[in-house]
Design a protein around this ligand. Structure first.
Ligand code: UD1
Ligand code: CA
Length: 451
C-alpha cells in the first residue's frame, strides 16, 4: 500500500513565547520539523506534504534542507487541524493510497508504532494513534465502545465525565487519502474554539458507517511540544535514548549523562567517548576511535584508531584518517588529515590538507583568511612543522620538509627543504645582569623616597 504523509507545521506555537516558529526550535541540534520529517520518512512515503503557515518561508527553508523531496503547501490562516489537512487535498487529488497525518511538533513517533498503525488499517477505515495519559490535561479524549472509536472530544468541549477519560488523542491519523479529504471537507467549526477540528472526522466517519479504531503507543512517543519546558524535556528524552542506543551498539561512554548527541550522530562499535563530549550535527566516528573529555565536534569524520582530545574542536569538513592524533586546544575546520598525522597541541588547521605522518608542532596556525577570501594550506606527507609556525595561505609545505619554530611561512617550501622565516638570534654578553642591576637600583631608590 502506497502512503503519503501530511505534516502539519503551520502553527505559531504561542506558548513557546518566541518570535521563532515553533517547529524551528531545536532538539539535538536540529529543528523540530527535521525530527518530524524523519518520522515521516520511516513510512517510506510516495509523497511528503508539509503544511506551513506562521513563518512559512523560514519553515520551508528548513524543510528543503532536511527533506528536499517534500512538497510544501501554505495555510495562510490557521483555522484548525482539519483546515490544515484540507490544504493538502489539491496536491494529492490523484493519489489513491493511504494518507498519514503527522505533526511538526511531535518528534518521537517510532517506526514500530507506525507499522502497527498501518497494519490496523486491515480492520479499520480510519485509525487514530492514541495513548494512555498519566495526566490527560488538555489532550483530546478518545471515546470508545469496545474496540471501536466513537468520536474524539476536545478538552475545551468535553463534559466532566469525558474529561475523566485517560485515553487521549495523539493527533496522528491514517486513512485512505480520498476518504480523509472527503471527511475533512465536511468538518464544521461550531465548537468552543471556533476551529475546524480534525478530530471531528471520527464522528463523521462513524455516521457514514465507516469503521474507526485506535492503536496505542507510549505517551513519550507522542509527546507534543508546546512550551519551552516541554522542549527541554524532549531534549532530555532524546539524549537519554541516544545514550542508551550508543551503549547498546557497543560504544563505551565513560560518563553517559554528560555526552550530548545530535539528531544524526553515528558512532561505531568499540569507539570510546569520554566525559562532556558534545556532538553537533553531521558527526560520524568509526569503530575503535577515541574521543577524550570535553571535545566539541560538528560535521566531521573520525576514522578507526584516531584519538581526539581532550579539549579539541572539530568543525565542519574536518576529516581525520586512521590513527590521526588531535590533542588539546586544537581546532580543525574544512581540513583533511591523512593517516597517522599528529596535531597534538594548541593549533588551528583550517582549509588545509595535512599529509600522512606529518607532525604539526604546538601553536601552529594556518592563516587561512585575508579578511575577504579564504586560502588553502597544503602540508606534505611526513613534513615537520616547527612549533609556532604561521602558515600564511595560500601556501604549500612539501613532503618531508621542515619549518623552523617561530617561522612565518609566506612562500612555498619545496619537498625536503627547511624553511626558516624568523629574525636571527643575537646574544649580548652580560647585558641581562647589567639591566637587572639598574632596575633593582631604581626600585629601591623609589621605595626610599616613599618612606
Ligand atoms: C490537537 C488535537 C488533540 C490532541 C493534540 C495532541 C485537534 C482539534 N486536536 O490539539 O485532540 O490531543 O493535538 O497534541 O486536532 N496546525 C496547523 N494548522 C492549523 C492548526 C494547527 O498546522 O490551522 C498544527 C499546529 O502547528 C500543531 C498541530 O497542528 O503542530 C496541532 O495543533 P494544535 O492547535 O496544537 O492542536 P492541539 O490543541 O494540541
Ligand atoms: Ca499541540
Amino acid at each position: 500500500m502506497s502512503i503519503s504523509t501530511i505534516l502539519l507545521a503551520a502553527g505559531q506555537g504561542t506558548r513557546m513565547n518566541s518570535d521563532l516558529p515553533k517547529v524551528l526550535h531545536r532538539i539535538a541540534g536540529a529543528p523540530l520539523v527535521a525530527h518530524a520529517l524523519r518520522v515521516a520518512n520511516m513510512l517510506d512515503p510516495a509523497r511528503m506534504i508539509v503544511v506551513t503557515g506562521f513563518g512559512a518561508d523560514a519553515v520551508a527553508r528548513a524543510v528543503a534542507w532536511h527533506a528536499p523531496q517534500a512538497e510544501i503547501v501554505h495555510q495562510p490562516e490557521q483555522r484548525g487541524t482539519a483546515h490544515a489537512v484540507a490544504q493538502a487535498a489539491p496536491l494529492l487529488a490523484d493519489f489513491d493510497g493511504d494518507a498519514v497525518v503527522l505533526y511538526g511538533d511531535t518528534p518521537f513517533v517510532s517506526a514500530e508504532t507506525l507499522e502497527r498503525l498501518q497494519a490496523a488499517r486491515c480492520d479499520f477505515d480510519l485509525v487514530v494513534l492514541g495513548f494512555e495519559a498519566a495526566d490527560p490535561a488538555r489532550y483530546g479524549r478518545l471515546v470508545m465502545a469496545g474496540d471501536s472509536l466513537q468520536r474524539i472530544v476536545e478538552f475545551k468541549d468535553a463534559t466532566t465525565e469525558e474529561r475523566a477519560i485517560t485515553l487521549c488523542n495523539s493527533g496522528v491519523v491514517c486513512a485512505q487519502a480520498q476518504v480523509l479529504f472527503d471527511l475533512v471537507e465536511r468538518v464544521e467549526n461550531n465548537n468552543a474554539a471556533g476551529e475546524y477540528y480534525l478530530t471531528d472526522i471520527v464522528a463523521l466517519a462513524r455516521a457514514q458507517g465507516l469503521r474507526a479504531g485506535v492503536v496505542c503507543c507510549d505517551q513519550a512517543e507522542t509527546l507534543g511540544i508546546n512550551t519551552r519546558t516541554e522542549l527541554a524535556e524532549a531534549e532530555a528524552t532524546f539524549q537519554a535514548r541516544a545514550r542508551a542506543n550508543a551503549l547498546e551498539n557497543g560504544v563505551t561512554l565513560s560518563a553517559p549523562d554528560t555526552v550530548i548527541f545530535a539528531i544524526d550522530t553515528e558512532i561505531g562499535r568499540d569507539a570510546i567517548i569520554g566525559p562532556h563530549v558534545v556532538f553537533g550535527p553531521g558527526v560520524t566516528i568509526e569503530s575503535g576511535a577515541e574521543v577524550r573529555a570535553f571535545c566539541d565536534l560538528e560535521g566531521c569524520h573520525i576514522s578507526r584508531g584516531a584519538v581526539v582530545g581532550p579539549f579539541a574542536r572539530l568543525r565542519p569538513g574536518a576529516e581525520l584518517a586512521e590513527d590521526v592524533r588531535v590533542g588539546n586546544f586544537v581546532e580543525i575546520k574544512n581540513a583533511v588529515v591523512d593517516e597517522g598525522a599528529k596535531i597534538n597541541h594548541l593549533s588551528y588547521v583550517g582549509d588545509a590538507h595535512v599529509g600522512e605522518h606529518a607532525n604539526i608542532g604546538a601553536g601552529t596556525v594556518t592563516c587561512n583568511y585575508d579578511g575577504v577570501f579564504k586560502h588553502r594550506t597544503e602540508i606534505g606527507a611526513r613534513a615537520f612543522i616547527g612549533s609556532d609556525t604561521m602558515l600564511v595561505a595560500p601556501v604549500r609545505v612539501g613532503a618531508g620538509a621542515m619549518t623552523a619554530s617561530g617561522s612565518v611561512v609566506t612562500r612555498d617550501v619545496p619537498d625536503g627543504a627547511m624553511a626558516i622565516g624568523r629574525a636571527r638570534q643575537d646574544n649580548k654578553p652580560g647585558l641581562a645582569t647589567r639591566l637587572f642591576d639598574r632596575l633593582r637600583a631604581l626600585k629601591s631608590a623609589a621605595q626610599k623616597e616613599q618612606s
